[in-house]
Design a protein around this ligand. Structure first.
Ligand code: UTP
Length: 296
């Protein structure tokens, strides 16, 4: 039976070690991308795809995440008193963006372990997983397409992107078969971060998944894998190979994606998004041109 998917799970309990010391006391998902924390883009994406029920998996040092999606009464009162209604609107926007829920992971024992923490909240319905440090440009459709495929095929669906062969060791990589639908593939195998030269393809898993609830049973029996962590990729590999709950399909994304968990990609994301902003772009563009002309 097809369900209307309403729940999004956002794992945001990782240690963010690539961003230390910035992430010593602050979650990396709160790092600003131009003037909004990365996590707000992700929640906005979930809501735009009709997923109003958001469960965030958090950990120690993650209070700022909860505070961001709650009222900040003193700040709101001050802005109101000053008549600064533009900024007031920006502050209030995230208060009621979604129906937010939180659960802690305890120890960050891997993405699979984080997703397993969502079991009680999700129940027996298909649900989406959006990684809190992976941004998909709002002008490019991905999540709603994946939800549609999940519904049509009654299977799990993951997002894939073709990456340069030199980058495959940084991603979960899929072995795929074509289906009759453009940009939809059947997954026959998955491997987490294959050693350089051993990658079965250049189809990399990116941070969007629409999963059958059966993934929880599989995760419960998934042993720690790469890096000693319980890997979501390993559970999905088992679902693909054993055709559990309809198997696993991939939607190949060809749009704009920004990985804000990586320092270089984070800087690129800010520049790309700021250039296109009407309030910043007109001044930033000529400055950037001059700056790059002076680079050697
Ligand atoms: P990453 O591996 O990119 O996040 O996990 P990380 O471990 O925080 O980053 P580094 O490598 O140390 O810099 C992808 C997503 O999964 C979440 C992270 O918060 C991130 O959004 N995650 C990862 C968890 O919620 N729990 C975990 O145990 C691991």
């Amino acid at each position: 039976m097809a369900f209307r998917i309403t729940k999004a799970v956002i794992p945001a309990a990782g240690l963010g070690t690539r961003f230390l010391p910035a992430t010593k006391a602050m979650p990396k998902e709160m790092l600003p991308v131009v003037d909004k924390p990365a996590i707000q883009y992700v929640v906005e994406e979930a809501v735009a795809a009709g997923l109003n029920d958001v469960l965030m998996i958090t950990g120690r040092n993650k209070n700022a995440l909860e505070n961001h999606f709650d009222r900040m009464t003193e700040l709101e009162a001050t802005l109101e008193e000053k008549g600064d209604l533009d900024r007031l609107e920006k502050v209030e926007y995230s208060n009621d963006l979604a129906d937010m829920h939180y659960v802690r992971q305890g120890d960050p024992r891997g993405l699979g372990h984080a997703v397993l923490r969502a079991r009680m909240h999700v129940g027996r319905e298909p649900f989406a997983v959006l990684l809190g440090d992976d941004l998909i440009d709002e002008r490019d459709v991905l999540l709603s397409r994946m939800i549609e495929e999940q519904n049509n095929r009654n299977a799990s669906v993951i997002a894939l992107m073709e990456v340069d062969p030199s980058m495959t060791h940084m991603y979960g990589i899929a072995t795929v078969e074509m289906t009759g639908t453009p940009d939809v593939v059947k997954i026959t195998g998955l491997v987490e971060k294959p050693a350089t030269g051993t990658s079965p393809s250049n189809y990399a898993i990116i941070g969007r998944y629409v999963l059958q609830p059966d993934v929880f049973d599989v995760l419960e029996h998934t042993e720690p894998g790469k890096g000693g962590e319980i890997q979501l990729t390993d559970a999905l590999q088992s679902m693909a190979q054993n055709n559990i709950a309809g198997g696993v399909y991939g939607v190949v994304f060809r749009g704009r994606r920004y990985d804000t968990g990586d320092r270089l990609d984070y800087i690129k994301a800010i520049v790309q998004l700021a250039v296109e902003r009407p309030d910043l772009g007109p001044e930033l563009k000529p400055w950037l041109k001059q700056f790059s002309a002076n680079l050697d």
